[in-house]
Structures are given as structure tokens and as C-alpha cells.
Design a binder for this molecule. Structure first.
Ligand SMILES: CC(C)(COP(=O)(O)OP(=O)(O)OC[C@H]1O[C@@H](n2cnc3c(N)ncnc32)[C@H](O)[C@@H]1OP(=O)(O)O)[C@@H](O)C(=O)NCCC(=O)NCCSC(=O)C(=O)O
Length: 576
């Protein structure tokens, strides 16, 4: 129902009126958008207040980048665009990193930003926070729109929603100049101008020929492999994906955020035999996974000598042949494609040879067995494995909890050690390997799903969004943040011999991040051994109280930039 903003006062011509503020709110509600991730300020403070009054959940952050990361991951988790609301110029720019991140990661998100007046901006006359925001946003997102007239708000939002979620999802920018909010129009006309987006992300059914071609190639394989990407997790076609993988009998490798689509403990899971399956497979079916740097572009020594054939399932036709030849492209949405595979496989599907599946299984068992003793050590200060062994069990006992994870070593090692059991329960740095997603993602994850969150953070990574612990306390969210504190980036042991400044990669020694949480009324714990960590995390996850655990990690533990290999400039220098 339309909110009545005011009534016109001319005698005898009384009519219900609405305005830009109310039209934006009504358009959001009409389209089922019930949460806004926001940082208030000119000119959108009242939009936040009025949205809250109208029943939309408005979560106010301390920095727009974190609100943006929250909106992006909300989009990933719900398949509805996550909305981030920012002030003009500087606030808008702060939100842009998250908008670009959403686009790169294919998360549906709308960055709505207030902006200054067109007449003044275009003549560059020095308006408050003057900036041509639309032009700046355009190259960083899927689509960018500006609404100048109140009667176009409905259409503007409809275009933004459709652009964000249809085809390959991504970030959309919606520019709302300050003057728009105050524009008044007849309430009936306003209501009629709103648009409810019907079938915003229509199913894209793959052609039967492409389905048959893909299955023929898979069937011909001696050593097949399925790689599940976060596109598969996004699709929410969990049952279909599980049935297909199990029916095929093919080993599967989950990319980081696809972990849990099938449990990491599933007999077909090849996560712990990664090098073996990439090198030795002869046919690889990519489902919602891109052949980007995370998969070494599908070539080079990671993929071994054996010739490979790639099958790729993706909603975006341009993804095909992006790095290597795709012999069987299947263009469609993942749910439709996987359902079509199941149907076309019929009843006579033959599983891959036991030679292959047993070889994968035995490599996996070897790696898991090698890892096991490391995870049980009770050293103090802790090393990564001792601390992660504890967290692995925390998630095993609470498979519905959401794990947020960022850092360098903290990310790389947690990804392997912590098994996931359910879909979309692992959220991390995504395609860019960006640091700073932690608190924004943790906040949105619990708000959107109702599940508690365990955020496992490197001390450096946490610093990018650390002030949001106040937000976590303000909204009293069930988030347990564990900071792997080794006094620096990669390690805390670097020394600068040139002058008295600290080395570039070290932080204050023995910092107590737990005190930050206490400052805002949450629970802060300093844990120096795996036993202490175990007690503290279990208590936090059971109580649901905002908690931050400063996990003291040996400053000498850890290696340079995880395993990014030759992307790490220091390793390049060392090689010269
Ligand atoms: C590209 C990658 C997927 C490739 O990683 P790899 O190291 O090759 O593989 P994984 O991590 O999956 O696995 C490593 C090895 O552990 C094995 N493995 C995996 N799981 C297990 C379990 N559960 N038990 C035992 N062993 C296991 C796996 O088979 C591999 O061994 P083998 O099979 O024997 O090989 C990954 O590096 C990645 O996601 N990188 C992103 C990192 C990132 O975004 N960083 C942010 C930058 S931080 C930053 O800003 C900065 O540093 O700068």
C-alpha cells in the first residue's frame, strides 16, 4: 500500500500525494526487498529512517564498503538483489569496491546512492559532494541507471532488479539525485507507476543437443572429474546437483564457496586429492566454475601432461572458450542443465572405472591421514593446524553454522582443513581474493539465514572491517569472530634493517583484538592454546552472544601469501 506523504492544500482540489522517498520504499517493498544495508548521511538519511518506519529492515554500518559486502553476499545467499544504500561522492566511492566485487563474483546487488543536483554537477559549479557518479559506476557494474523524475522510480528499480538477477547475476548502480526524494506527485499515479518485476531471472533451458554432447563426452572419459563452482552453489539446485553427481559416480572437486554442496566427507569428494585429479583427469566437467586463475586457466603444469577435454555448464555464453577450448558447452542455468543431464542419463549410466575412483580415494585418504596428527597438537602459542583442528570440530558439530573466512594463511589452510557439510555455508574472499569481506559478510549471513556465524579471520584481513564489531554488538548478532593473531601479514617476524620503522608486514606485537569487542559490550576472550580456543568458541556458538576471540598464533607460523605461487612478487624476486 502506498504511504501518503501529504495532502495538497488548494481548497476543493484535495488529493492524496506521495513523494520520491515513499515511491522508492514502495517500489522496494513491492519487489520483496525487505533489507537495506546502509550508512546514513546526506541525502539519504531520511530514506533510511522512513524505510525502517515502513517495515524494511535497515542495518546501519560504520563504513560503506562493509555495507556493500553485506549486500553482495545477501544476494548470493538469497538470489534476490542485496541493496546497499550510500550517501553521495565519498560514500558512493566507498561502496564501489563492493559493487565491483559483486559483479566479479556474480552476486546480484544494487548500490543505491544519493547524488547531488544534475544542473550543478553538469556545469561543475561545486555542489555539495559533486560527482558524476553514474559515469564512474558504469564500467564497474553490469548496468547503471539514474532516475530524474519521481514517476520513473518504479521503472528505474525494476530495471535495476532485472539487470542484477537475470542471466549471469552482478552488481547494478542506481543513482538517485537528492532532489528526486522531495518530488511530489499524485498518490494514485505514483502507485500506478510502480512495477512488480515478474520472473526476474527466467530459467534458461539448455538445448537438448548441448546436453547430449556433454553427456557423450563425459561417458567417453576414462578419468572424469566434475568441478563445482560457486555458480552451482548460487543456483540453489542442491538436490539436483547431488543426484547428478551421485548418479554419475564421477569424483567431484568443490571450489572454495561450493564446498558443502555435497559434504566434503562424501566418498566422491576429491578436495583432498586436488593435484591428482587436476593432473590425471581426461575429461573435466565444470559446473558454475570458471577457468580463471583459481584453476590455473585450465592449462600449465597444474593440469599435467594428459590431454584434456572440457565440458562447461554456465549461464553466460561468453564464458565458453575463455581460456581453453570447451568441447561441450552447455549454456543454461545450472538447475535446468543438471536436471536435463539427470533425465538424459536414463537408467543405463555406467560409473567410471574403479581404477580411477579408487586411485582418487586413496590419494585423498593419504592426504587426510597426513594432516590428521597436525590438527591434534596442543601447542601454545598455537600454530595454524592446532587452531584449525579445533574449528574443524566446531563446524562438524554445527553443520548449519555459516563459516566466513579471509586472510592469507588463515584462508588457505582453513579452506582445506574445515570440512563443510551443507550448501552455501562457506563464504569467503571470492574471485578476487579480496581482504575486507569479513564483518560485512558475517552480518548479512546471519541476518539473511538466521544461522549463527563463525568468522575465521587473519589479523590483517580483520583490520579492513574491524570497526563493524560495534555493528555486531548494536544488533546483538550471533557472530563469533576468531582472529588468528600472528602479529602481522603472512608472519609477524619481519624486521626492517634500514631505519627504526617497523617492517612493512608487521603489526603491534601481542595486540589484544578481544578488547575491541569488550569495548562495545560483547564477549572478548584471549586464547593461547587449542584447549582454550575450543572452550571459548563452543561457548560463543552455544550462547549466540557477539564474541571475539583473539587466538594467539606463533608469529613465525605461516608462509608468504599462502599458495598463490608466482603471483606473489617476493617469490618472483627469490627465483631471479
Ligand atoms: C587456487 C587455489 C584453489 C589452489 O589451491 P591449492 O593449494 O592448489 O589447493 P587447496 O588449497 O585446495 O589444497 C592444498 C592441498 O591440500 C590438500 N587438501 C585439501 N583438503 C584437504 C584435507 N581436508 N585434508 C588433507 N589435505 C587436503 C589438497 O589436495 C592439496 O594437496 P595436493 O592434492 O597434494 O596438492 C587456492 O590457492 C585458492 O583458492 N587460492 C585463493 C587464495 C586467495 O584468494 N587468497 C587471498 C590472498 S591474500 C592476500 O591478499 C595476499 O596474500 O596478498
Amino acid at each position: 500500500m502506498l504511504n501518503t506523504a501529504t495532502k495538497s492544500e488548494a481548497p476543493g482540489t484535495e488529493q492524496e500525494l506521495t513523494d520520491g522517498f515513499h515511491l522508492v520504499i514502495d517500489a522496494l517493498k513491492l519487489n520483496g526487498i525487505n533489507t537495506i544495508y546502509n550508512v546514513p548521511g546526506i541525502p539519504i538519511t531520511d530514506l533510511g529512517r522512513m524505510s525502517q518506519a515502513a517495515g524494511i529492515r535497515v542495518i546501519s554500518f560504520r563504513h560503506e564498503q562493509n555495507a556493500g559486502y553485506a549486500a553482495g553476499i545477501a544476494g548470493f545467499l538469497t538470489k534476490k538483489p542485496g541493496v546497499c544504500l550510500t550517501v553521495s561522492a565519498p560514500g558512493f566511492l566507498n561502496g564501489l569496491t563492493a559493487l565491483a566485487h559483486a559483479t566479479t563474483n556474480c552476486y546480484p546487488m544494487i548500490l543505491i546512492s544519493g547524488s547531488s543536483e544534475r544542473e550543478i554537477v553538469d556545469l561543475q559549479q561545486g555542489d555539495y559532494e559533486e560527482m558524476d557518479q553514474l559515469a564512474i559506476a558504469k564500467p564497474l557494474c553490469k548496468a547503471a541507471y539514474r532516475v530524474l523524475h519521481a514517476q520513473d522510480i518504479g521503472i528505474g528499480l525494476a530495471r535495476a532488479i532485472r539487470a542484477a538477477v537475470s542471466g549471469r547475476p552482478g552488481g547494478v548502480y542506481l543513482d538517485l539525485p537528492a532532489k528526486l526524494f522531495g518530488q511530489v506527485m499524485n498518490a494514485d499515479a505514483g502507485a500506478k507507476s510502480l512495477v512488480k518485476v515478474i520472473d526476474a531471472a527466467p530459467a534458461q533451458i539448455p538445448s537438448p543437443a548441448s546436453v547430449k554432447r556433454a553427456l557423450d563426452v563425459l561417458k567417453s572419459a576414462k578419468r572424469p572429474l566434475i568441478i563445482l563452482g560457486k555458480g552451482a552453489a548460487y543456483a540453489q539446485a542442491d538436490e539436483e546437483i547431488k543426484s547428478f553427481v551421485e548418479k554419475s559416480g564421477v569424483p567431484f572437486l568443490p571450489m572454495s564457496m561450493a564446498k558443502g554442496l555435497l559434504p566434503d566427507t562424501h566418498p566422491q569428494c576429491a578436495g583432498a586429492a586436488r593435484s591428482t585429479v587436476l593432473k590425471e583427469s581426461d575429461v573435466v566437467m565444470l559446473i558454475g566454475a570458471r577457468l580463471n586463475w583459481l584453476l590455473s586457466h585450465g592449462k600449465g603444469k597444474t593440469w599435467g601432461e594428459a590431454p584434456k577435454k572440457f565440458i562447461q555448464v554456465d549461464i553466460e555464453p561468453k564464458e565458453m572458450d575463455s581460456n581453453v577450448e570447451i568441447v561441450a558447452p552447455v549454456v543454461g542455468d545450472i538447475g535446468s542443465a543438471v536436471s536435463a543431464f539427470i533425465q538424459a542419463m536414463g537408467t543405463g549410466w555406467t560409473a567410471p572405472s574403479a581404477d580411477w575412483t579408487k586411485a582418487v580415494q586413496s590419494k585423498r585418504e593419504d592426504n587426510v591421514a597426513k594432516m590428521a596428527p597436525k590438527l591434534m597438537n596442543n601447542k601454545s602459542p598455537m600454530d595454524y593446524h592446532g587452531a584449525l583442528g579445533v574449528l574443524k570440530n566446531v563446524i562438524k558439530e554445527r553443520p548449519d553454522a555459516i563459516l566466513v573466512n579471509e586472510g592469507a594463511n588463515t584462508l588457505d589452510l582453513a579452506r582445506g582443513v574445515i570440512d563443510m557439510y551443507k550448501p552455501r555455508k562457506r563464504l569467503d574472499v571470492g574471485t578476487w581474493g579480496v581482504m575486507g569481506i569479513g564483518m560485512g559478510q558475517a552480518i548479512a549471513a546471519t541476518l539473511e539465514t538466521g544461522h549463527p556465524v563463525l568468522a575465521v579471520e587473519g589479523d590483517s584481513a580483520f583490520g579492513f572491517s574491524g570497526m563493524e564489531v560495534e555493528t555486531i554488538c548494536r544488533y546483538n548478532l550471533p557472530i563469533c569472530v576468531v582472529i588468528f593473531n600472528n602479529d602481522g601479514i603472512y608472519r609477524g617476524t619481519d624486521v626492517n634493517n634500514a631505519n627504526s620503522d617497523p617492517a612493512t608486514t608487521v603489526f603491534v606485537k601481542g595486540a589484544r583484538y578481544d578488547k575491541m569487542m569488550e569495548a562495545f559490550g560483547g564477549v572478548g576472550i584471549n586464547a593461547t592454546s587449542p584447549d582454550e580456543l575450543k572452550r571459548a568458541v563452543n561457548e560463543a556458538m552455544d550462547s549466540g552472544k557477539p564474541t571475539l576471540i583473539n587466538a594467539v598464533i606463533d608469529p613465525a607460523a605461516g608462509s608468504e601469501s599462502g599458495r598463490i605461487g608466482n603471483l606473489n612478487p617476493q617469490s618472483v624476486l627469490k627465483k631471479k
